[in-house]
Design a protein around this ligand. Sequence first.
Ligand code: TRP
Length: 332
Amino acid sequence: MKRVRIVSGMRPTGPLHLGHLHGVLDIWKKLQEEYECFYFIADWHALTTEYEDPSRIRDYTKEIMLDWLAVGLDPDKATIFLQSEVKEHAELYLLLGMITPVSWLERNPTYKDMLQNLTGKDLAMYGFLGYPVLQSADILIYRAHKVPVGLDQVPHLELTREIARRFNYLYGNNFFPEPEALLSESAKVLGIDGRKMSKSYDNAIFLKDSPEEIRKKVLAYVTDTLRPKKSDPGDPENRCVAFNLMKLYYNEEEKKTIIEDCKKAILGCVECKKRLADRILRFLEPIQTIRASLQKKGKWVEILREGTMKARKEAAMTMDEIRKVVFKREIL
Ligand code: TRP
């Protein structure tokens, strides 16, 4: 029986934080146990917005690999690779570009959003418009069935399905399966200021932060603003941003105690956050130890290279078939 195939990628635009870990990577880790998974670093996609200074993409590629491996993405279970080293993605991107109406791309809400919001960058580029076509190629080249992504990526997945349908209609029924977005109800991790944790909001706790940085950041978390003094009773479940993190690191019993002590006004916010910081540090310690050892030995490069070779083989096989169905001829 053919195994269900999963593909997903991440753009190397920064080191990973707790939001990535609990929102995305915990799911990727579960999936790798059951399915045939391809996880890649989408450095070409990063280039669509970072083309002025690509050296940062190189640095972040390393950071992301270290983060991925340290949290438990396993190269023995999943194929972990670098997008730009598998040229077949680009070849399929070119072919898909022939059959993708420009209007489909121009109406893409994520595209319109980014054009408006990333004001410091000139994004009036052909490559940026074609971003979702490249993403479609990433997915279709492995004939993936499911793609774990966040809600913001749903338009891209819909477009991928439309492109797959069009390809199948033109060149061969059922050549590509129509991939589905795998939307899981993952933890929504809040940052220091109460907005969604994100590098661009400058409110994130990174996996590689030092213990001092982590303590400082946790203590900076917004707590119940209607509780200016310790003697005021609080309402952590409804009014405390730090409690959003506590939910991830405490068991039911512990959470109950915190809620009670906060409501009874016997546990102060500073003390409470100090304990939380200790808990997070204890949680991150083994991850950081693995991270440091992978970095020292340069082992991550070897792992990325091996994964990339595996991905290439798979992509090359599909690409041969694609050329055959598109050009209706044998390969030269
Ligand atoms: N666009 C995705 C993001 O920003 C990254 C990505 C690129 C991707 N290619 C992909 C995700 C293929 C899933 C499948 O998060």
